[in-house]
Design a protein around this ligand. Structure first.
Ligand code: PHE
Length: 337
């Protein structure tokens, strides 16, 4: 009998390695702990024993049953614990969708502006970001001592001041004049650089779209017509316009174009600073000296030019009121557009 008790005890201990799931535990219980299980069968056989052996065998059998019950409870605890902490695999969850990038709001704005001008008959040209003094200033009729050439406004690349980061897209006008013959009708989008203090309203790097039209008898009326048609398509039909006299070395006469604020309808709001007007472009008739620098006879041809700031337009269209937000690469901002 003692031998058999030892055998069952060994069986129980060997079983330990196999107790992993609830089913394993149930099998264990059915083998050892139920009414017809191996332990109870041994208890049943106590009847056959001589009286003097009964207490000793009884004690051994009680120990055996305790061992089996303890192991059972211990493993039940373990299994319930892993069940409750293990993350459940849910095959009905939708798959993870990769985030697909999209065009930056500044470039979306630029694309829209380019599209409108292309539909009005303009071709697209580009020039280098690193320019020379000749294209950026001299050929555009800037006098040698013009303050814009000053170190405070221009990033010069070499100390001899021959190379610089272009301060506007106007030098591309000169490149286009040298590359083609009138009639010339081009827009020239690109990035420009100015040594300016960074604030909510200005950056040292921003974008412009330059426009240039040169032909026989081009008039200021055509400039107005083009700017007005562009603005209506870009900002809406119900706009009023104001061409304010201004000055640029490369245009004469020069003007600044204001449109009535399309956010408040001209009533006055925070965006238009309660003036009812938004300044959107510099423009004018191409100066004869600039035509000459471009190899075009000002007695034969006239032309107009304009320059639009892209960030400013993007701010108006997106409602972003701090220009720095465009370049902080915060997807919470950029993914909205
Ligand atoms: N280049 C001017 C600027 O950067 C804008 C402009 C372009 C004005 C063409 C007139 C004609 O402010």
């Amino acid at each position: 009998m003692i031998e058999e008790i030892k055998k069952v005890e060994e069986e129980i201990r060997n079983y330990l390695h196999e107790l992993r799931t609830r089913e394993d535990l149930e099998k264990f219980r059915n083998t050892f702990l139920v009414k017809k299980g191996k332990i109870q069968q041994l208890f049943d056989r106590m009847r056959e024993l001589p009286k003097e052996e009964k207490p000793k065998i009884g004690r051994l059998l009680n120990d055996l049953r305790n061992l089996a019950e303890n192991l059972f409870n211990e493993h039940l605890d373990k299994i319930s614990h892993t069940e409750s902490t293990k993350p459940k695999l849910d095959l009905t969850l939708p798959g993870r969708i990769d985030y697909i990038g999209h065009r930056h709001p500044i470039y979306q704005t630029m694309d829209r502006m380019v599209e409108i001008f292309v539909s009005l008959g303009f071709k697209v040209a580009e020039g280098p970001d690193i320019e020379d003094e000749y294209h950026n200033f001299d050929a555009l009729n800037f006098p040698p001592d013009h303050p814009a050439r000053d170190m405070q406004d221009t990033f010069f690349i070499k100390s001899d001041k021959k190379l610089l980061l272009r301060t506007h897209t106007s030098p591309v006008q000169i490149r286009v004049m040298h590359a083609t013959k009138p009639p010339i009708r081009y827009i020239m989008p690109g990035r420009v650089y100015r040594n300016e203090a960074i604030s909510a309203r200005s950056l040292a790097e921003f974008h412009q779209i330059e426009g240039l039209y040169i032909n026989h008898n081009v008039t200021f009326a055509e400039l107005k017509g083009t700017m007005i048609e562009f603005s209506r398509r870009m900002f809406g039909e119900n706009l009023r316009f104001r061409f304010r006299p201004s000055f640029f070395p490369f245009t004469e006469p020069s003007a600044e174009l204001d449109i009535s604020c399309f956010l408040c309808g001209g009533e006055g709001c925070r965006v238009c600073k309660y003036t009812g007007w938004l300044e959107i472009a510099g423009c004018g008739m191409v100066h004869p000296n600039v035509l000459r620098a471009g190899g075009i006879d000002p007695e034969e041809y006239t032309g107009y030019a304009f320059g639009l700031g892209i960030e400013r337009v993007a701010m108006l269209l997106t409602g972003i009121d701090d220009i720095r937000m465009f370049y902080q690469n915060d997807l919470r901002v950029l993914a909205q557009f």
